[in-house]
Design a protein around this ligand. Structure first.
Ligand code: ADP
Ligand code: MG
Length: 375
């Protein structure tokens, strides 16, 4: 066990790192954030910030020396970096687990190897693969870059084989891609869980997720899906975590099709936007659970204390000046979270608010009212 008072290293300085750092501070840990941006959300609240690129060997060596355990908030850290750090300091999750989730092609192979279903897709690594990929799916489809996509970035809709070729060559500049069938969604759900070094797991309640333009807009909990779908999603997420030998907090995004099938969309080897509701509505937040898990402390309860709706605040809501926060603050069962980002660009995640109520319908109604008043 790595006890309070010890130092946790966080690679990445975004909002997930910030909320992790706040949770770690509550438990009396010190946190060092490694992040190239000197004004990062996590750096603002950490004890110490290493302002350096993620692959700066000298900075990494000092970082590993000063930390008792290291964790991450994003998946695109080169595996070689985590392997190097792991030579001198425990690192959770491992480079091996991360590398299965950094590339959509590897990730989908992995999902199938676990006996689970990804969205129908084809792989495009060269132009000549387009014909085979097209044969594997039905249009309309989404052409996604295999690596470095997030919040709907690196994705374009394609309706014909010709558009797939053009998207691959022009928009995606011949980077490896997956061509995914556009699925008729009944809804999207996600599961956040924690797994410790002994392979024990604690799963958070399933979240129902509403996306707008490929970016999460709201999470509604409890999810309004059949009990057996929710249970199947939790079981599938546990299976994936087990097969990865995962240690830390992991999230799995699912599609529920109109035909009632459960498809695995993607795996995030970290805390997740759809798990932010846990801060205000669960006994233990996903961030505290990450602290507990990487430090090998006992798990906290994942019990849901109240129905909740989490609403994201993107830069779009800002306009010329910051929104009138009294719209959120005057709703007594809403909780405002802002990430300390200076520039509010469209599509940029600036904060979120959680609205608690007797039912998730009432929470949704209240949240909708607040959001409309804000924007
Ligand atoms: P990101 O890494 O940007 O989160 P996702 O693959 O999760 O990428 O896509 C973002 C969102 O776009 C999804 O949550 C979903 O709303 C929509 N989407 C992506 N792929 C599909 C698909 N094959 N069929 C239907 N909707 C999709
Ligand atoms: Mg996603």
């Amino acid at each position: 066990m790595i006890l309070p008072g010890a130092t946790i290293g966080m690679i990445g300085g975004g909002q997930l790192g910030r909320m992790f750092t706040i949770a770690a501070k509550y438990l009396g840990y010190k946190v060092i954030v490694l992040e190239p941006d000197e004004h990062s959300p996590a750096g603002q609240v950490a004890d110490t910030q290493f302002i350096a690129p993620y692959d700066d060997a000298d900075a990494l060596a000092v970082f590993a020396e000063q930390c008792d355990v290291i964790t991450t908030e994003f998946e695109n850290i080169p595996a070689s970096v985590l392997e190097k750090l792991a030579e001198s300091c425990p690192v959770h999750p491992s480079a091996a687990a991360l590398s299965k989730t950094q590339d959509r092609i590897i990730e989908k192979d992995f999902i199938r190897s676990c006996g689970l279903l990804p969205v129908p897709y084809g792989v495009i690594r060269t132009r000549s693969d387009v014909a085979t990929a097209v044969a594997a799916i039905e249009f309309p489809a989404i052409l996604k870059t295999a690596r470095f996509g997030y919040d709907g970035k690196g994705q374009i809709t394609v309706n014909t084989p010709e558009e797939a070729v053009e998207g691959y060559e022009k928009t995606h500049k011949s980077a490896d891609c997956v061509l995914e069938q556009r699925v008729d969604l009944a809804c999207e759900i996600s599961v956040v869980l924690a797994r410790n070094v002994d392979g024990e797991m604690q799963v958070f309640p399933v979240s129902e997720n509403v996306h707008v333009d490929g970016i999460l807009f709201q999470s509604i909990v409890p999810a309004r899906v059949e009990e057996d779908i929710a249970r199947a999603a939790q079981t599938a997420a546990k299976r994936l975590a087990d097969e990865l030998g995962y240690v830390g907090v992991l999230a799995v995004e699912f599609f529920v099709t109109k035909q009632g099938a459960l498809l695995v969309n993607e795996i995030a080897p970290r805390t997740h936007n759809s798990g932010h509701f846990t801060i205000d509505a669960c006994v233990t937040s996903q961030f505290e659970q990450q602290v507990r898990t990487v430090c090998n402390l006992p798990f906290g309860s994942t019990e849901l204390l109240s129905p909740v709706v989490m609403t994201n605040l993107l830069g779009d809501v800002w306009g010329d000046s910051q929104p009138d926060w009294t719209k959120v603050l005057s709703s007594p069962k809403s909780k405002l979270h802002l990430y300390g980002k200076a520039a509010a660009r469209p599509g940029r995640k600036m904060g979120h608010f959680c609205t608690l109520a007797e039912t998730n319908e009432a929470a949704e109604q209240e949240a909708k009212q607040i959001f409309n008043d804000l924007s």
